[in-house]
Design a protein around this ligand. Structure first.
Ligand SMILES: Cc1cc2nc3c(=O)[nH]c(=O)nc-3n(C[C@H](O)[C@H](O)[C@H](O)COP(=O)(O)OP(=O)(O)OC[C@H]3O[C@@H](n4cnc5c(N)ncnc54)[C@H](O)[C@@H]3O)c2cc1C
Length: 485
């Protein structure tokens, strides 16, 4: 039985065409979750608009009828951002997947939001450019999703995150108005609304066009692999590299469990028996890369690396990266289920926090693999469990304990996967009531009716334990103890 107002489906069916409105229950189930598969909520309707005008039509219809909606890219998000928690409409941007303009002179590419991240680089590679933010999911995740999550990737250490590569946006506001933010130039006048929207996790409107900055391929690239006996030793090497004033494009670390899983999955040829490997990529002018490579090799050796080697050609480099980029999926080789945590710690605290994670893993009796952006201090502990053995709750508790350890070390809740619904309840651990109030007021200035991706990022009401589905008034809210913002 649909909760949508009478005539709502027909209106969208008429405006978008029958092929672009999904109503069949078994097809709707495809959209019930993103990469955080533990939480599911089936939408009432899925629409596939093909243009900004069609997105505007959908959003206007939702606004007029008071129906909640959520944008969806490829659904690879790991924090439940695209899960239709409050029912309503999923707006899939899958059909809006065209590269609209390549302006090499200005080093800009204009795309629709459904373009896959890697397709931007593929489109400009022949001219000697690339799009720098490179999430491991880059073959499928979309630019719209990247903008919403301010996504990162291995090469963001040197080149910056999505927010540093978006210069303009077209945004359909939650009442259906279309606004242009920025353009091809940097630093538009007025408040930094572009900076507000990038990373807002789909809560301020639907992005329908994005202007991206592309960068020139460096003259020279060197990718080094170093094998260590322990993560402590590898962590000391990371600190040594940074302290030497070297600026690698990427420094990634994998521990024993993730190395073994990656070997089983894609055989990248990591050193046998290593307790940790570092992948360090240096890029720039040839002389500098050669000098830095020698120095990084020496630092790794001084910290006890038992093997250090460089990729000899592009194929060898691609193989080293394939091991790293397939590490999450490779966990399927060693466990039936896993939960990815995404905490950040100050880089200098990495060895200590990794030791705490080991202790917690032992205390909870569950294995944890670590694969992460070491240069950024952005950890991705992979908590392995077996749902059929009833380990889900224990895994969740362990993941939360890991997050607490990150916060205790002066870190933060999320480096790149977002808060979504997954960590909304943890927000008060990092932000004060006042901070949360400011976030809520900012959000409601874009979306006073609370229809755009409700139930995400800011706890609403400021309590946990909300049940997916249509909004139900909480008992504490009813008696005036808590408020919904
Ligand atoms: C194997 C794997 C590896 C990953 N590696 C990384 C990594 O290295 N770095 C990283 O940062 N992330 C990583 N992720 C997480 C995920 O890929 C990113 O968050 C990505 O940006 C999500 O893109 P998407 O198109 O799948 O978005 P979705 O999951 O569909 O949506 C994500 C959020 O964006 C919103 N959204 C989507 N499109 C729009 C739009 N047009 N307008 C407004 N809001 C929109 C949604 O409402 C939702 O809140 C990984 C995920 C997986 C499964």
């Amino acid at each position: 039985m649909s909760n949508l107002p009478h005539g709502f489906r027909y209106r969208l069916w008429r405006e978008l065409g029958p092929g672009n409105v999904i109503v069949e229950p078994e097809q709707l189930r495809v959209y019930e979750c993103d990469g955080l598969t533990g939480h599911r909520a089936v939408p009432e309707l899925v629409v596939l608009p093909g243009s900004t005008e069609e997105v505007q039509t959908v959003v206007r219809a939702c606004h007029e009828a008071g129906v909640p909606f959520v944008a969806r890219g490829a659904g690879t998000g790991l924090s439940g951002g695209a899960t239709p928690l409050a029912g309503g409409v999923v707006v899939s941007l899958a059909r809006m997947n065209r590269i609209l303009e390549i302006d090499l002179e200005s080093q800009r590419v204009v795309v629709e939001p459904g373009v896959a991240n890697l397709d931007v680089t593929n489109a400009v590679a022949v001219a000697g450019f690339f799009y720098a933010p490179d999430p491991s999911s880059q073959q499928v995740c979309t630019i719209g999703g990247n903008v919403a999550e301010n996504s990162g990737g291995a090469h963001c250490l040197k080149h910056g995150f999505t927010v540093h590569h978006v210069t303009g946006l077209t945004l359909v506001l939650p009442d259906g108005e279309v606004v242009e933010l920025g353009g091809k130039a940097l630093d538009p006048e007025g408040p930094d609304l572009l900076g507000v929207v990038v990373g807002s996790e789909g809560t301020l409107g639907i992005v329908t066009r994005v202007t991206l900055r592309i960068v020139r391929r460096p003259e020279s690239v060197c990718t080094l692999l170093a094998g260590f006996e322990s993560t402590d030793m590898a962590g000391a090497a990371v600190s040594g590299i940074v302290a030497a004033g070297i600026q690698p494009a990427a420094i990634e670390m994998m521990d024993r469990l993730t190395i073994e899983a990656a070997e089983l999955a894609v055989a990248p040829g990591y050193p046998t028996g290593a307790g940790a490997v570092l992948i360090v990529e240096l890029d720039g002018v040839t002389e500098q890369v050669e000098k830095d490579t020698t120095e990084v090799e020496a630092i790794c050796a001084a910290q006890g690396a038992f093997e250090v080697r460089s990729a000899v050609d592009d194929a060898a480099r691609a193989l080293l990266w394939r091991g790293r980029k397939s590490a999450f999926a490779a966990m399927g080789r060693v466990a039936t289920d896993y939960y990815v945590q995404d905490g950040v710690v100050p880089r200098t605290r990495l060895p200590e926090v990794l030791r705490t994670i080991d202790e917690l893993s032992e205390a909870y009796g569950l294995r944890v693999g670590n694969v992460f952006h070491a240069g950024d201090g952005n950890l991705h502990p992979l908590v392995l469990y077996d749902a059929e053995q009833g380990e889900t709750e224990r895994a969740r508790a362990l993941a939360e304990a890991i997050l607490d350890a990150c916060l205790d070390a002066g870190g933060s809740l999320t480096g790149e996967h977002g808060v979504g619904m997954d960590k909304a309840c943890s927000m008060p651990r990092m932000f004060s009531e006042r901070d949360l109030g400011v976030f809520a007021r900012l959000r409601s200035s874009f979306d006073p009716d609370g229809l755009c991706n409700p139930g995400k990022v800011i706890p609403t009401p400021r309590l946990c334990g909300e049940v997916p589905g249509p909004y139900r008034i909480h008992p504490l809210e009813r008696i005036g103890v808590a408020e919904r913002l």
